[in-house]
Write a new protein. Sequence first.
Length: 377
Amino acid sequence: MQPEARQPPVLEQGEPPVRVIVVDDDRAVREVVAAALDADPRIDVIASAHDGHEAIVLVEELDPAVVVMDVHMPGVDGCDATESIVGSHPDVRVVALTGSVDPDTITRMILAGAVGYAVKGADPAQLADAVVDAAHRQYFVDPTAVDDLFESVVLLARQERRRREEAEHLARTVKQAYRETVTALVSALRWRDGETEAHGDRVSERVVAVCDKLGLSPVQRREAEYGAIFHDIGKIAVPDAILHNTDDLTEDEWRVIRQHTVIGEQIIKPVGFLENVANIVRHSHEHWDGSGYPDALEGEAIPIESRIVFACDAFDAMTSARSYQDAMTTERAIARMRELRGVHFDPQVTDALLEVIAEEQAAQVQADPQPSGAEVH
């Protein structure tokens, strides 16, 4: 049994002819196609264009229903022009005009937004039917080419997936390389500043623990941890004479010190995935009462991650021996944190940090209990 012959599309009674623009860089082809379409009473060819750029301009001016678009043209080609036209004028339909039934070319045009295609030199009636089909929101594809088109779509999808996987792998590699580079800078800074790796580890661990106490999201927790690792990286630009000065700093020297958070931000910010971390670093020495630096932010205007990093770093600095200070006892540092609660430190962050410290002390006692009668210092 033979399949029923496809009936040519017709216009409803009183429906105006389909307004069409023909686009081809070959003048002879433009004229032949335009004449063939204009001879059909269902179609009104209102203009022609010699390239994709001119087609885009004419669509803007004339608002056609259908654009018959050559694919291979110098300058703006058919795919780019189709994507631009369909993107800005979704009601305009594009029919690809090809030199042959090439599945790859046709597939690329359809992916760009074309609703079908016509072959140059084909039966004028078939070309006209493709245009009218397009105007009525129907896709016109030669049934004999469907299998080839499907294979082409599958191939393009595989190529796109491979390209995306390669791009993701490259992005991960770049992120890891930059993270390792910045971490190496941090290690160099710790050696130069007299800090130990244990100091950085303690601050990072406490930052994560405080984030958990306060119910921050996993993303915030991770960024706060990075902020703890990188918060003093800008000190790499501070001269040794200032960094290791055991005397009172002059106002000019303090001005240099206060710039280290801004420099740290500038070191980190160029990497997109660390942009929020850069902001945390910038504000990691702001005070709750607005007396900090570099922007004198106050209260909740300071990023919560910065408030956490500042409190955890300050506590560890108090209990660590430096060239310019002796280490406080844990009890004295806790008392000092309470004194500065609501002044330098966010009250909620302070309370959460002191809970973490208490848990650390309890765990230490449990792991290393003192002999009976021994005095605990």
